[in-house]
Structure formats: C-alpha cells, structure tokens
Design a protein around this ligand. Structure first.
Ligand code: MV4
Length: 663
C-alpha cells in the first residue's frame, strides 16, 4: 500500500478520504488555500501545504504546484476527490508522467466520457441502451428537424458539450423546432464554445437512477447496486437514496450488468458511476458516466458495508477488487441529505458567513455526518456552500426516512441561512414517503414543500422572555464585583420599575410582527403577560439550553443569541426574534447608536473620555436612578467620540450620554 498520499481537495471529501487513509495506516498530505488556513481538512492531515489565494484557479486547480508538492512531500499517489481536478485528463496524465499514481480511472476513460455524443457512440457499440435519438455529425437544421420528426415529439435538444442541464431545449411540436434549435445552439456556443447538439426523445417522467461500478487493473468489474437521485433542484441533487425504491431484482441485475458493460467498453479502472434515465415503463437509458467518486457514495457504503475509498486505494495500488459480485448484497436502506448554506426563501441563493452555532445529530451506526466544517468555521464565497452530508441507515425505507426526519430535527445552525427546513419538509412529504419519485418531484410538490412558518405563540414568547431574564441575571452575576448595586442581587428582582416588572417587545423576524410581553417578578417564578393573559413561568438556563416550566408544562428549548437576535429551537420548530427592551436598550441597541439614559437620574462617575477605544461591555459611565446605580457599557468594540455629561450632572430619561462609533 502507498505509504503516503496527497489529497487534492478540501472540505468534507478531503476529510472523508483522510479517514480511510488513517484507518489503513496511510499518511496524508493536505493542500489548502489562504481561505482554508484553519479548515478541518488541514488539521486532520499529517502535513499540509499552502497553495495560494482563495480562488480555485489560484489554489485547488494549480495542477503543477500540486504535483510539485506531492513530490516534495514524498506522496506516491494523489486522490483528487470530486470536482476540481478529478476529471481533468491533463492532470491525470501529468501525475503518471511524474510517477505519481492518480487515484482514478485512466486518462483515456475520463476523455471518452467527456463528450456527450462521443460517449453515446461508444455506449451504442457496447450495446448499452440509449434514449432513441440522433447524435451524429450532421448539424444541418433541416436534417435535424427531420430526425426530430422521426424520433417523435416531444423531443429534447441537448448541447453535445453541455452538462448540468445547461444547453437543453424541450420541443413539444414540429412548429417550434427551428426556433428552439437556433436558441439552443446560440447558448451552447456562448457557454461551451461548441454549438453542436444532439436530439433525443423527451421522457416526461423519468427517474435518475445511477449504478456504482468498480473495476480493477486485472480485468475484474463489479457493480454495487443503484442510487436514486431523482430529487433534484436545478440539476443539483438534494436527497439521494439507496437502493432505489420499487426496483425489481430483475431490473436491478439488468442495469448492473449494463453498467459493467459500459465500464468495460472504456477500459475503466477504479470507482465510476453510470447514470441512467429510468422511464415509467421500466426501460432505462444511458445518460452519462461520472469518472470519479461521487458526493452521494456514502448511501452505497451504508447498504453494502463497503468502504469505497478503501476500494479506490487498493485498486490504485494494483490489487484486485476486495469482493466479487456474488459477495455483494444490499442490507437495509440509506438516505443522504445535502445540508447547504443557502436561502430557500430567496430562490436558494447561496449563503456565506460564520457558523456561529452548530449542533449536529449524534453520530451512531444509524447516523453519519460527513463534513469539513466545525462551529466557528466559515462558508466562503469561493467554494461549494455545502455544510455537510447527513447520511442515515435503517433496515427498511420507512424506518430510514424516520431516522432522517429525526436527525434533521436535531440539526441546529445559527449564523447563516440553510436548507435544513426545506430538507425536513421533503423528508416529511407525503409524496416522498410514498416514493412518488421522478425528476419533476420538487416541482410537483412545490406547494407543500414551502409551507408557511409556524406562528409565534405563548410557548415561544415565554421561552424568549424567560431566557432574556435569566441571561441578564447571569450576566449581572458575572460582573457582581464591578457592579455591587446590581438590581439582580435583590431577591425580588429588578427594582427600577416600582412594581417590579419589565416590558420586553419581541419582533418575529419572519413576519415582522411585534409581540409585547410584561414580565413580573415573583419569589420563585415569573408571571409573563402576553395579550392580557398571564402565564406562570420558571426554569433553568444552562448555556444554550433552557428547561422551562410553563403553567406546569415542562419542555426544553435551545436559544442562541446572535447580533441582537434570539434563535429559538423548540419542539422541532425554529424561530428568530429580535428583542426590544424598555430601559435596557443599552444592552442590545444598534452598536452604532448613541448611548442614552435609561431613566432620569444623576451621573455618578465617568470612566472614559472622547477618543478612547473601548472593548464591548467595558464600563463607560455610572448613573444613579431611584437609589440604584446603573453602569452604562459599550455595546461593542469601538471609539467614544464624545462624552456629553460629567460627574454630578442631572440627566433626563432618554438623554444622550455618550456618542460612540462601533469598530
Ligand atoms: C433527459 C430528460 C428527459 N428526456 N433526456 C438533465 C441533465 C442532463 N444530464 C440530462 N437531463 C435530462 N435528460 C431525455 N431524453 C430529463 C432530464 C432531466 C433530469 C435528469 C436527471 C435528473 C434530473 C433531471 C431534471 C430535469 C431534467
């Protein structure tokens, strides 16, 4: 086995590959860009080298530099992962030229599958079924129109050089053909620099079913069954599963056999995936072949018990396949959900930012999380915004799906928008549960997949109000010495209001609705007034977890406060509220706002002068009101631009005390 390999990738797949390498006693070399200095894949590796600036072309695509680093570090093989250089023929060739094993198929096999029409020609010769169509050289418009008519409408025009759904036109009738052809060719030329097209029969309700294949350098090839990846949005896979639902053993064997035939036709070696369109009547057609390890390979691992990265390393090392076909079987059912930083409410716009709070489900024999980020990590604009792959397994599809729903509900992310809610809706969707799958799935169930958010009720408001109270109490206690007169030191609570109450307004960030609450202090509980109703509330706060008793009903909630917002996870729902507190604006006002007196009173002392730089929470001045001292603190790190009062001055309620500029 190789003593040391270089992983020419980042994120979850780099970590995934290293996990197996470590298990096999193979040393790992990571590479990283300036944006990934603190990334998980860098920490996991035995050694890691900087490539250059964040953009992929300056880092993860620098083929020559990567080969140079492999040589310098003594790595004998390079695993390219997926994306980046994984299907780059020149890179695969250059590795071999430099006596470094490229962990993937021969460059010739990558090449053969690179062009749609060339791939189809090879597959046709190998008796792999193709969608009825024309994929020849004649690009004359009249000729293509005649071909379309012979195939029978509806037809699909596809750019030969296309991919990912780009450069495709569905044509319903002969009279629209010429126009569609012209526009498809125009798009193909501008997108791929190649305006050649092919024409196919358009299948209206196909499923995307792909077969995992493996071949070694001794002429052996096996398949590891299928994955159903029909649930896609804009040609991006969302949830994948294995095995494909409602698949007969006969069809499975037939598709597997054909996939092996396809691999053998191009002298394949290593891990590959043959993608098929599976029509309603059970006919299936070759779509394309991916000559790499795929994102969704874990579902295959879960149902076969095989480690596909281990297989890749063994095959690359010249060994025979670890198993023969007869030794492989399907055990149970697995799903993979792709957790993305993106905003489903804004047409799935990719989101970037810091993972301020990240809680994943507990990994087990049923739940696997493949990720390259941890709490505090960043999702940047430079790379794919995938946060993690959540993979679940159980003995049958329904049980596995229940596992998926459970695990998704345990997932918590604060700091950037994610598709977690959307994934939960999918996993709970009737059509998905019934496996009513095809490539139009999301369109068909669109209305039930983007349902309205749950409304903010007394449970949510009680959690928010109690959290705010207990949080302040904890904060005040933490600074007891600095503020010996803290109102929290009195058993009866906050005394600034004569009748011991506190008004807090919460604003639901999704509906922009305001909710007024009044919290009354009692000896061993709070009375929270919401809409003229009173609720007896008590509880314990442990970091993010609040164990609350609301009129005798007890439950747990997780609360994460960030940027003046409370993110509340409560009984499988989540809410975002902002807080407006009477008399306490200082603690959570806009960081740039000037600091004002929370009540009429006297300035006791001033701790800063104009021009001072202060840290968040640093005391600026102390005022006295109603015989209590109150410390005015900096809301953020910044500079005091002006101090408007001095010791002994009387101030009005709301008077500006200090002007302040946050950093
Ligand atoms: C098709 C098709 C229906 N009929 N070809 C989309 C991406 C490209 N790789 C192939 N694609 C399709 N080809 C024929 N003759 C429907 C699709 C298609 C699709 C395929 C797989 C997964 C999701 C899809 C979503 C829309 C359309």
């Amino acid at each position: 086995m190789f003593e040391k390999i270089l992983i020419a990738n980042r994120g979850e797949i780099a970590c995934r590959i290293m996990k197996t390498a470590k298990k096999m006693g193979v040393q790992t070399v990571a590479i990283y860009s300036e944006a990934d200095r603190d990334a998980l894949h860098v920490k996991m590796a035995d050694e890691a080298f900087l490539l250059g600036p964040a953009p992929a072309k300056d880092s993860y695509l620098k083929a020559d530099l990567i080969i140079e680093l492999a040589k310098r570090s003594g790595a004998k093989a390079i695993h390219p992962g997926y994306g980046f250089l994984s299907e780059n023929t020149n890179f695969a060739n250059d590795c071999e030229q430099n006596n470094i094993k490229f962990i993937g198929p021969p460059a010739s096999a990558i090449d053969a599958m690179g062009s749609k029409s060339a791939a189809k020609e090879i597959m046709e010769k190998a008796n792999v079924p193709l969608v009825p169509g024309y994929h020849g050289d004649n690009q004359d418009a009249d000729y293509l129109s005649t071909q379309a008519f012979a195939i029978g409408y509806p037809v699909l025009i596809k750019a030969t050089a296309g991919g990912g759904g780009k450069g495709m036109r569905i044509v319903e009738d002969k009279k629209y053909f010429d126009e569609a052809l012209t526009s498809c060719k125009r798009e193909a030329l501008s997108s791929f620099g190649d305006d050649r097209v092919l024409i196919e029969k358009y299948l209206t309700k196909p499923r995307h079913v792909e077969i995992q294949v493996f071949a070694d350098s001794h002429g052996n090839a096996v398949h590891l069954f299928e994955r159903d990846c029909s649930v896609q949005r804009r040609h991006q896979k969302v949830i994948e599963e294995a095995p494909a639902p409602n698949m007969s053993e006969e069809l499975r064997n037939k598709m597997g056999e054909v996939a092996i035939q396809a691999a053998k036709a191009i002298g394949y070696e290593g891990a590959g995936t043959v993608e098929f369109l599976l029509d309603e009547d059970g006919s299936f057609y070759f779509m394309e072949m991916n000559t790499r390890l795929q994102v969704e390979h874990p579902v295959t691992e879960m149902i076969t018990g095989q480690d596909l990265v281990e297989w890749q390393l063994r095959v690359a090392n010249g060994e025979t396949l670890p198993c023969e076909q007869a030794q492989l079987s399907i055990n149970g059912h697995a799903f993979e959900a792709r957790v993305y930083a993106e905003d489903p409410d804004q047409d799935f716009l990719p989101a970037t930012g810091m993972l301020h709070h990240l809680k994943t489900p507990d990994p087990s024999s049923h739940v696997r999380i493949d990720t390259g980020v941890t709490e505090g990590g960043e999702v940047s604009v430079h790379y794919d915004p995938m946060i993690a792959k959540l993979i679940v397994w159980d003995t049958d599809r329904n049980k596995a799906l229940a596992r998926l729903r459970g695990a998704l509900h345990q997932y918590q992310v604060v700091g950037l928008k994610t598709n977690l809610k959307f994934l939960s809706q999918l996993a709970g969707n009737e059509g998905f549960i019934e496996a009513d799958l095809d490539t139009n799935f999301i369109k068909r169930y669109e209305n039930s997949l983007f349902t309205a958010r749950p409304s903010v009720d007394e449970r949510v408001l009680s959690v928010a109000a109690l959290y705010t109270m207990l949080q302040q109490k904890n904060n005040e206690h933490a600074s007891d010495q600095a503020d010996p007169f803290s109102p929290w030191d009195s058993v009866n609570g906050w005394r600034l209001n004569e009748d011991n109450h506190h008004d807090i307004t919460f604003v639901d960030q999704h509906s922009d609705t305001e909710f007024n609450t009044t919290v009354h202090f009692r000896n061993d509980h709070f009375l929270i007034e919401i809409d003229d109703q009173e609720f007896k509330v008590s509880g314990e706060l442990n970091e993010h977890n609040l164990y609350i008793d609301l009129e005798g009903a007890k439950f747990n909630a997780t609360i994460v406060s960030q940027d003046e917002e409370l993110h509340i996870f409560l009984q499988q729902q989540d809410f975002v509220l902002s807080v407006k507190q009477e008399g306490l604006e200082l603690l959570d006002s806009d960081a740039n706002a000037n600091l004002t007196a929370p009540m009429p009173g006297t300035i006791v002392s001033v701790a800063v002068s104009a021009g001072d730089t202060v840290e968040a929470g640093q005391a600026l001045l102390v005022m006295e009101a109603m015989k209590m001292e109150h410390t005015i603190k900096a809301p953020a790190k910044g500079v005091v631009t002006e101090v408007l009062y001095s010791e002994g001055d009387l101030v009005e309620d709301g008077a500006e005390l200090v002007s302040f500029e946050a950093e």
